[in-house]
Design a binder for this molecule. Structure first.
Ligand SMILES: [Zn+2]
Length: 342
């Protein structure tokens, strides 16, 4: 199994390039996490420079990457110029070895997706390329100040994730069929004809307090131990489509989003379930309806450790009309959780 270091460019107080209401730091974080999830699903060991919107120490994470002994490093960015430039490019130190394999695969694949192919650019001045001890590519995934590139980024998002994961596999000489765990996204493809009825979708979930409690399906019960004991991890999945979620914890605030299809993994506390071991105070969920089907939503509710009764039901990450975008309250642990798909 390969060791792969992924860099989501910029972050925190450094938004990177901006355009059309988008920030490079957000686009690349989501992309980096989804590429990493696809690769870790195949058993590869992934390390990131960041997994949330935080400031990073550039030379610090280059050291991390070297200490990790990564087989390859992929740094993900988006470009900007004057609004008229467009396309994908790979920045490299030298056109040799794994660097060449990765850059060539990305250049060709991005061109097939529809980006103008700007090819590989030799950039010996970039520290991520000249100070890493393994092969490395810095990928500029289209121009954020160009509406055509942004449309490709949004509409072909799943294909981009798949391409990047497959290109990394090719470079490290690994095989395996990449599936995109994230149904692609917050932004559903526009123009998709959604006329079919998906039928019943089950939501399966399971809570950890000081141990894992039994699985719960839909509204058959609720997950948790008893009143007053906060949930510390939450596994959740759905019988069709996928569900994206994140939790707000006492220790770290909002954790990164994770997406689950028909299973979660209680043996992988990092990426297999939601939570960090400290009390969960709020939960945000979004049901990703498969393409072609009429949208469904996840309905969910929680109670806190100080009350017996549930708060009102939250639908997806909707806000307004009494909806907060999440269930729970910052500062108080959640002790009961219930979810179903409508
Ligand atoms: Zn950048």
């Amino acid at each position: 199994m390969a060791k792969i270091f992924l860099v989501a460019g910029h972050g925190g107080s450094d938004p990177g390039a901006c355009g059309y209401g988008r920030k490079e730091k957000d686009d690349v974080l989501r992309l980096t996490l989804d590429v990493g999830a696809a690769l870790s699903k195949l058993g590869h060991s992934i390390r990131y420079n960041r997994t949330s919107d935080v400031d990073t120490d550039y030379y610090g994470y280059i050291n991390d990457c070297n200490n990790f002994g990564a087989d390859i490093c992929l740094s993900i960015h988006r470009n900007s110029f004057n609004g008229s430039a467009s396309g994908y490019e790979s920045c490299i130190y030298a056109n040799t070895g794994r660097t060449k394999i990765l850059a060539d695969a990305l250049n060709a694949g991005m061109a097939a997706i529809g980006f103008v192919n700007r090819g590989s650019k030799i950039r010996p001045d970039l520290a991520i390329l000249n100070s890493t001890s393994m092969d490395a590519v810095l990928a500029e995934v289209g121009f954020i100040d160009n509406p055509v590139d942004n449309a490709l980024f949004t509409n072909r998002y799943n294909d981009i994730v798949k391409l990047m994961a497959e290109s990394v596999l090719k470079a490290v000489g690994a095989t395996g069929s990449v599936s995109v765990p994230n149904g692609g996204a917050s932004t559903p493809q526009s123009g998709t004809d959604r006329t079919k009825n998906l039928g019943n979708v089950d939501c399966i979930y399971q809570a950890y307090t000081d141990r894992w409690w039994p699985k719960v399906k839909n509204r058959e019960d609720w997950a948790g131990a008893s009143d007053g004991e906060p949930l510390r991890y939450l596994g959740i999945c759905v019988s069709k489509g996928s569900i994206r979620g994140r939790v707000y914890t006492e220790k770290n605030g909002w954790l990164p989003y994770l997406t689950f299809a028909d299973k979660y993994d209680i043996n992988d506390l990092e990426n297999g379930v939601l939570g960090d071991g400290s009390p969960i105070q709020a939960i945000e969920l979004y049901y990703i309806t498969p393409d072609g089907y009429i949208y469904k939503r996840v309905a969910y509710r929680v109670s806190d450790v100080n009350h017996d009764t549930f708060y009102p039901v939250q639908y997806d990450d909707e806000t307004g009309n009494g909806q907060d975008g999440y269930a729970g309250m910052f500062g108080v642990g959640v002790d009961k959780f219930q979810a179903w798909i409508e």
